[in-house]
Write a protein that binds this ligand. Structure first.
Ligand SMILES: [Zn+2]
Ligand SMILES: [Zn+2]
Length: 136
C-alpha cells in the first residue's frame, strides 16, 4: 500500500509507493526526457556538455538532470560535467551531499570541535583534580 502524495511536478495526487517520487503521467514525461538527454549525451562530441547546455538542447529541467545524477542514472564518470548542487553552497558535486570543498571545511570544523572538546574535558578533569586535592 502506498500513501497519497502531491506530485511535485504537476501537483496532482498520486499513490506514492517509494518507487518514484512523481505521478505516473509525469514519470512518463521524465522517461521521455531521459531518453532525449541520454541520446544527446551518447554522442561523443556531447559527452563533456555541461548542464546548462544539455537543458538548452533537450529542453529538460536542470533539477531533473540533478536527480538523475544523484540516482546514478547519469554517471559523472562518463559525463565529466554532470553533477548536482551541494547541500551547503550549491556548487556542483558528484558524490555525497556536499561538494569536496564543504566536506573538507566540515572535517576541519569537526577537528576544531574535537580539539575544543578535548580542552574542555581536560579543564573539567583538572577541576575535579583540584576539587579532590582540596578535600584531602
Ligand atoms: Zn505529476
Ligand atoms: Zn559546497
Amino acid at each position: 500500500m502506498g500513501e497519497l502524495r502531491n506530485c511535485p511536478t504537476c501537483n496532482d495526487f498520486f499513490n506514492y509507493t517509494g518507487i518514484r517520487d512523481v505521478c505516473a503521467k509525469c514519470a512518463n514525461i521524465e522517461e521521455q526526457q531521459y531518453e532525449t538527454v541520454y541520446k544527446f549525451l551518447r554522442k561523443r562530441e556531447n559527452r563533456a556538455a555541461n548542464i546548462e547546455r544539455i537543458c538548452e538542447v533537450t529542453g529538460t529541467k536542470e533539477s531533473l538532470l540533478h536527480k538523475w545524477v544523484r540516482k546514478g542514472r547519469l554517471q559523472p564518470a562518463m559525463f565529466p560535467n554532470l553533477g548536482y548542487p551541494c547541500d551547503n553552497c550549491g556548487k556542483l558535486t558528484t558524490s555525497g551531499k556536499l561538494c569536496e570543498n564543504c566536506t573538507s571545511n566540515l572535517k576541519a570544523d569537526l577537528r576544531t570541535f574535537d580539539a575544543a572538546k578535548d580542552f574542555r574535558d581536560k579543564v573539567a578533569n583538572q577541576d575535579k583534580g583540584t576539587f579532590h586535592t582540596d578535600r584531602k
